[in-house]
Design a protein around this ligand. Structure first.
Ligand code: 13P
Ligand code: SF4
Length: 306
């Protein structure tokens, strides 16, 4: 592994590359990243970098977002197959029909969607700013929200706004077992339950705190509590343990009985693939310019509001 890291360090210098990584990446990838963050922080970092090459360690829609913001930079990924069930739930042709049939609505799309879907949206949001973005829409305007129905439901509750929801979900967050949450809260009665808003309502009902991956991490660091039951992808626990060394974090088993509720897409990325990507400057993200320009508008609107 040391060899690989040496190679990676040499290549990132030679290429003037920045390595951006999401909290759901393997610990080894998190440890070598130049910048680690949630979806919003990664989009902001992608906007401000002066590197020539962005090696994006996350999933496809995140790298696409970096390309939308940086048309002149080379954006590469370790594995082009790293997708997202939420993005896949909204094929552009079906999404267009939906948008066309709600012509009086403002369309807010969660950043977990394709560039084509972004190009048909009015504003993008992430789990960090979804409530703020929805609140920014005048009260007399109707809203369509896509593609995460659970995040949408949570935001409706927080804002009191009625929204038309797309029927999509995250395959990781929707399979936490409610029974296992109950068992863990009985076993660790002093622990706080912290959850990502991509979880369904029956799971969120147990949460003491709900937020994006960054917010969950900050909450765990700042809280006086010493134990946390964590309802999001297990990758974040690596940072929680690093930044709050005196605290304990308990992952929640999923409906298959495993405490390893990993995102299979995020976990496709490896150090080996990162080295190869920097060596060959492949696989690269490319976007048709008309789609990129249309997708840029709602993305910039979000960044201005954040
Ligand atoms: P955040 O990075 O906004 O917390 O979202 C989590 C996620 O599922 C990313 O795919
Ligand atoms: Fe998509 Fe869920 Fe994986 Fe995030 S954790 S990339 S929302 S499938």
């Amino acid at each position: 592994m040391n060899n690989l890291i040496e190679k990676l360090n040499r290549l990132r210098k030679e290429r003037n590359a920045i390595i951006l990584a999401h909290y759901y990446q393997e610990p080894t990838i998190q440890d070598v990243a130049d910048f680690l963050g949630d979806s919003l922080a990664l989009a902001q970092a992608a906007k401000t970098t002066d590197a020539d090459v962005i090696l994006f360690c996350g999933v496809h829609f995140m790298a696409e977002t970096a390309k939308i913001l940086n048309p002149d930079k080379i954006v590469i990924v370790p594995d082009l197959n790293a997708g997202c069930s939420l993005a896949d739930s909204a094929p552009p042709d079906k999404f267009k029909e939906w948008v066309d049939s709600h012509s009086e609505h403002i369309v807010i799309s969660y950043i977990n969607c394709s560039a084509a879907v972004k190009s048909m949206s009015d504003i993008i949001c992430t789990s960090s700013n979804a409530v703020k973005i929805v609140n920014s829409v005048p009260k007399d305007k109707k809203i369509c929200f896509a593609p995460d129905k659970y995040l949408g439901k949570y935001v409706m509750k927080q804002t009191g706004r009625d929204m038309v929801l797309w029927d999509g979900s995250c395959q990781v967050h929707e399979i936490f077992s409610e029974l296992e949450v109950i068992k863990l809260t009985n076993k660790y009665p002093d622990a706080d339950v912290i959850a990502h808003p991509e979880c369904p309502e029956n799971i969120l009902n147990y949460a003491d705190f709900i937020g994006s991956t960054s917010s969950l991490l900050n909450y765990a660091i700042k809280s006086e509590k010493k134990e946390f039951i964590v309802l999001t992808e297990t990758g974040i626990i690596h940072q929680m343990q690093r930044k709050a060394t005196d605290k304990k974090f308990y992952p929640v088993p999923n409906l298959n009985g495993c405490s390893c509720n990993d995102c299979p897409h995020m976990k496709l990325n490896t150090l080996e693939k990162m080295v190869k990507a920097l060596e060959n400057l492949q696989p690269q993200i490319h976007l048709p310019e008309d789609i990129r320009l249309k997708a840029l508008k709602p993305l910039e609107r979000m960044l201005e509001l954040s």
